[in-house]
Design a protein around this ligand. Structure first.
Ligand code: FEO
Length: 413
């Protein structure tokens, strides 16, 4: 896509990256990811966010600059809100091509620029409240929003157009599907964006939810007309919608998740699976929405998104060599790392010559603020009595989550 005008003298010049690489080396992105980059022109020219040399993104950025007849040597400022290499991997080369450009970042950002790229000159360090005037009514204010996503993160607010360049905050996985603005998005694309936004949040941002809430608070008094994140849609008409979505996501690990159940299971020889079916029958009897994922067959990235949004979580996995079935252990470790707290939880699973899975489940679920039901464990195959208990426990958990009101509702866009 060529450069796209957002406002007078403000342009999107980013790239859609289609790749089989994993994001952060962990998370699959079958729908790719957009690396949004922007140009703001006054008397001086600023580029906001760079890209990584990834899937043609660097070349795309250069072509988009060319389409605006902006020469690299004319760039005065490179504003880097966040130093993760998806937005900065191109920095060293870009600086070589734009030697007069001053990098604008926070103090911690400057340290990261040096650490990643060995650059320690032409850097302007800014903090909350600092400003940068480009002339011709283009004027930035900077606000630090640490840990959304890394500690050096800030946002850049252009006071004339009232555009907030928000870095990772309010971002999403997924390439642009033709539209780059919320108001261009056809209804048929909205489920795509909801899914990619939630999965991005659960995979990348969830650990920092308390910082997201602080950031939203610190932006409350700013008159924001447009939110331009470094990934995903640009919210031109309804910036309040994406703020609300992020508020909703940030509250999922504060006991305000959706009244749904996410069931994650693994089975070696089908015995744990037999119990799964009884539990699902119990859930179905209460009519509660349920998502069901098998490990290791499905990637943890997708499971994490459903687990994060759901008030109820059911973990079914057998004992494997005196401990938890390894793919489930990995999933539970990810839940712990991502602070997936405040769930109503049930564990079930088969063991053969010894237990062990439950012991590891108990250890991994410590300090997670989970409300855990009586577990269902059985030697080998579950008995009819145990299957009845499974059905009853499934129904009980469903009843508990059914009555949890979702506290924050989406608005239409
Ligand atoms: Fe898109 Fe945390 O970088």
């Amino acid at each position: 896509m060529p450069a796209i005008k957002m406002e007078d003298n403000v342009y999107w010049i980013g790239a859609n990256v289609h790749t089989e690489d994993l994001f952060e080396g962990i998370w699959p992105i079958p729908n790719g990811v957009a690396l949004n980059s922007y140009i703001v022109k006054g008397d001086k020219i600023a580029i906001v966010e760079l890209v990584r040399e990834w899937g043609g993104a660097a070349m795309c950025l250069l072509e988009n600059l060319n389409s605006l007849s902006i020469s690299l040597k004319d760039i005065d400022y490179i504003i880097l809100n966040h130093l993760e290499p998806d937005h900065t991997g191109f920095t060293y080369l870009f600086r070589t091509l734009s030697p007069k450009a001053q990098i604008v970042t926070t103090e911690k950002g400057a340290s990261l620029i040096n650490g990643f790229y060995g650059i320690d000159d032409h850097i302007s360090i800014v903090k909350t409240g600092d400003e940068l005037d480009l002339g011709q009514n283009k004027h930035f204010q900077f606000i630090e929003i640490p840990n959304v996503h890394w500690p050096e993160t800030m946002v850049s607010y252009e006071t004339n157009t009232k555009i907030l360049f928000s870095g990772d905050a309010f971002g999403a996985f997924g390439v642009h599907l033709g539209e780059i603005f919320d108001d261009e998005t056809p209804d048929v694309h909205k489920p795509y964006w909801e899914e990619e936004m939630l999965r991005y949040y659960a995979n990348i941002i969830a650990t920092f939810s308390s910082n997201v809430l602080k950031a939203i608070d610190s932006l409350a008094n700013i008159n924001i007309k447009m939110i331009a994140p470094s990934h995903g849609l640009i919210w031109r008409k309804h910036p309040e919608v994406v703020i609300r979505k992020y508020l909703r996501y940030a509250n999922y690990n504060k006991d305000f998740a959706e009244p749904e159940i996410c069931v994650v299971w693994g089975s070696m020889y089908g015995n744990t699976e037999v119990m799964l079916n009884s539990i699902l029958r119990g859930i179905a009897s209460e009519g509660v929405p349920v998502t069901v994922h098998r490990v290791p067959n499905e990637d943890v990235s997708f499971i994490l998104a459903d687990a994060y949004k759901s008030a109820g979580l059911i973990i079914g996995a057998p004992t494997y060599e005196y401990g938890m079935f390894p793919p489930m252990k990995y999933f539970l470790e990810i839940l712990k790392k991502k602070l997936i707290w405040y769930k109503k939880v049930l564990y079930f699973g088969s063991f053969s010559w010894s237990g062990g899975a439950q012991r590891e489940f108990d250890a991994l679920s410590k300090n997670m603020h989970w409300d855990i039901m009586d577990p269902i464990v059985f030697k080998g195959h579950p008995s009819n009595e145990q299957l009845k208990k499974g059905e009853a426990q499934g129904a009980e958990l469903a009843m508990q989550v059914k009555n949890i009101p979702s506290k924050i509702k989406d608005e239409n866009y």
